[in-house]
Design a protein around this ligand. Structure first.
Ligand code: HEM
Ligand code: HEM
Length: 423
């Protein structure tokens, strides 16, 4: 009898423990879908829970070494509703920027996407310290989210495999802004994931209980079909390298060749190569501009001045050629030659200055230190070489005048009008 009583007590005790465990695991597993991805610098964690009433609550955390981190609805950028997080100017909190995307360019902030940060405690204050690393860590609350997005970018709460995209920015240059429409750079890496939204949707509105540490630890009710793809902006560097090499190396080289080889042909070939490179570089710049909100309408000083320089370069090339043809015909200096001579250095200097404004425009102004050092060395070397050439030519001319005088005295003077470059 005593033994049976013990069994009954033990049964009641253990079954009540089992019920509590089942209830608490239901609390985390059935109401939350969580995706955890190891980025290489730390985990990117995205968790979501929704209420039948249409409220969506999300948690997003990722290493703050990235300029930004973003989650988007759907399987591709086009038609996606994006939740992008970056560092605020105070470096302690994060800015949430809800954006809409229409394709392969910077998504645009939309005030009509009703999303805000919520429950930003000391633990989820935007930026938190985990060990020796800083992490973005935010909780996001959105209302009426299904009013936005196109195609599979429109959330379907009954979808057991709702696609999402994730991406993170480059590791250089924090945004440091509270503006929701601040410029962000193209991703360092991106990928896709899926979530069981049916399992993440319930009538439970006790969100604080839902985003427990346990619920954010591992992937549940979610997954990914592949790894993140490495991207990285190659268009910006291509534009910068082509333009800088053209203005800092090719054009000055063309000028030096005219003086040192005294060859118009060498000058003409090198400056034509420079002009073609500038045309290609500017075409790349125009394409680059379509990717970012701050450059889409081609109205920035950098772009407008760059296009004016292109027109001046084309004119400079044509004037140089016209002068040369006239000089060959009439064997005397022309006004076109003088214009070409003065406009050349001015245009090249303008292009070099536009390099500085380019780095400021793209948010890479720290590069201006290195660029400035290279420019200073090139300018000093070019001026020194041109100065030396002029000095040695003057000396030679003086010397040959003296010889001519002596020869004249001896009565054997021969006039030679064809020395020097025919420019
Ligand atoms: C300045 C901002 C951005 C720019 C300029 C940009 C540009 C691009 C470009 C050019 C591609 C095509 C890459 C290729 O095919 O080689 C692409 C793909 C992709 N991007 Fe972005 N992106 C930006 C922001 C974002 C954000 C915030 C996310 C996610 C939250 C994202 C997610 C993706 C994904 C998942 C793909 C591959 C799927 C697709 O083709 O749409 N992007 N992006
Ligand atoms: C003399 C002519 C030019 C020079 C020397 C030049 C040089 C540069 C440099 C060095 C950068 C910084 C790139 C980076 O940080 O990755 C830049 C950025 C840029 N350039 Fe130019 N550029 C010139 C003309 C143009 C023109 C004509 C356009 C378009 C009409 C243009 C469009 C852009 C854009 C859109 C960016 C910034 C993109 C971003 O936000 O990251 N550039 N340029």
């Amino acid at each position: 009898m005593r033994f049976r009583l013990c069994l009954v007590v033990a049964y009641v005790f253990f079954s009540s423990i089992l019920e509590v465990t089942a209830a608490s695991s239901q609390g985390t597993e059935t109401n939350v879908s969580t995706f955890v991805y190891p980025t290489g610098d730390g985990n990117l964690t995205f968790a979501l829970t929704a209420t039948n009433g249409g409220d969506v609550y999300m948690h997003l955390s990722a290493p703050a070494t990235y300029q930004w981190v973003g989650i988007g609805t759907g399987s591709k950028m086009e038609g996606s509703v994006m939740f992008i997080v970056y560092e605020n100017a105070d470096k302690l909190s994060a800015t949430l920027s809800p954006r809409l995307s229409d394709g392969h360019s910077e998504p645009t902030y939309s005030s009509s996407v009703d999303c805000d940060l919520f429950n930003q405690t000391s633990d989820h204050g935007g930026i938190v310290q985990k060990g020796s690393s800083r992490y973005y860590s935010v909780n996001i609350h959105c209302k009426n989210i299904t009013a936005h997005g196109e195609g599979d970018g429109k959330l379907d709460f009954s979808n057991t495999k709702q696609p999402f995209i994730y991406a993170w920015g480059p590791t250089d240059g924090a945004v440091s802004s509270a503006s929701k429409s601040a410029s962000i750079k193209r991703h360092d890496s991106y990928g896709t994931l899926w979530m069981d939204l049916a399992k993440a949707t319930s009538s439970n509105s006790d969100i604080n209980a839902t985003f427990t540490e346990a619920a954010l630890l591992t992937t549940q009710n979610a997954g990914a079909d592949g790894q993140a793809q490495s991207d990285g902006d190659k268009v910006g560097p291509a534009h910068a390298v082509i333009m800088l090499v053209t203005f800092v190396i090719i054009f000055p080289l063309g000028a030096l060749l005219l003086r040192f080889l005294e060859s118009v042909k060498a000058h003409y070939i090198v400056q034509t190569v420079g002009l073609l490179a500038a045309v290609v570089g500017i075409a790349v710049g125009l394409y680059l501009g379509t990717m970012y909100n701050h450059s889409k309408d081609v109205s920035s000083g950098h772009q407008v001045f760059g296009l004016i320089l292109l027109i001046l370069l084309l004119a400079q090339w044509a004037i140089g050629l016209y002068h040369h043809l006239r000089f060959r015909k009439y064997k005397r200096p022309t006004i076109y030659g003088r214009v070409h001579l003065f406009a050349g250095p001015a245009i090249v200097l303008g292009g070099i200055i536009n390099g500085f404004t380019g780095f400021n425009f793209s948010g890479d102004s720290h590069n201006n230190v290195y660029y400035g050092a290279v420019v200073a060395v090139v300018i000093i070397v070019v001026l020194a070489l041109l100065g030396w050439k002029r000095w040695s030519k003057n000396k030679q001319a003086k010397h040959s005048r003296m010889l001519d005088d002596e020869e004249l005295h001896e009565g054997s003077y021969q006039m030679n009008a064809s020395h020097g470059a025919s420019y």
